[in-house]
Design a protein around this ligand. Structure first.
Ligand code: FES
Length: 137
């Protein structure tokens, strides 16, 4: 089941980044997402934040030492990537998969390596891991 985290401005504060300014539901830097151990290796975990009518969806991928966050929006048609909760990766865990039309993305940088948006890239959602906990950065 996909994790859902409610966001309140009072708990996450405001960010001065242009992305956050255009997306009021995007959590500010420093928001705790989960324990790293809650993300399978390899695996991914999705997060949703709502502020009023605004919704932000992102996910964190993990494979070995690599932990990276992306906005859950395919550059091909703008759809969320996972049709099924938490199913962001291919069966092998080597790529991020968009269930819409099968685009594949590199785990490390979100670059589309196959599919209808080849050459495009997932938008990064900066995260950091501190003391075994995953936070927005
Ligand atoms: S919406 Fe992702 S490949 Fe088409």
């Amino acid at each position: 089941m996909r994790s859902r985290a409610s966001s309140k401005r009072s708990s996450f504060g405001r960010s001065s980044s242009p992305l956050a300014a255009s997306d009021p539901a995007r959590p500010a830097a420093g928001a705790r997402l989960c324990a790293l151990a809650e993300i399978a290796d390899p695996g991914a975990k999705g997060f949703r934040f709502r502020v009023g009518e605004a919704l932000f969806a992102g996910f964190v991928v993990r494979r070995g030492a690599l932990v990276a966050g992306y906005v859950d929006r395919c550059p091909h048609a703008g759809w969320p990537l996972a049709a099924l909760d938490e199913r962001f990766l291919t069966r092998s865990g080597e790529h991020i998969l968009c269930s819409g039309h099968g685009a594949l993305f590199a785990l490390a940088d979100g670059a589309c390596v196959a599919g209808p948006c080849s050459g495009a890239q997932l938008a990064s959602w900066p995260i950091e891991v501190r003391d075994g906990e995953v936070f927005t950065a």
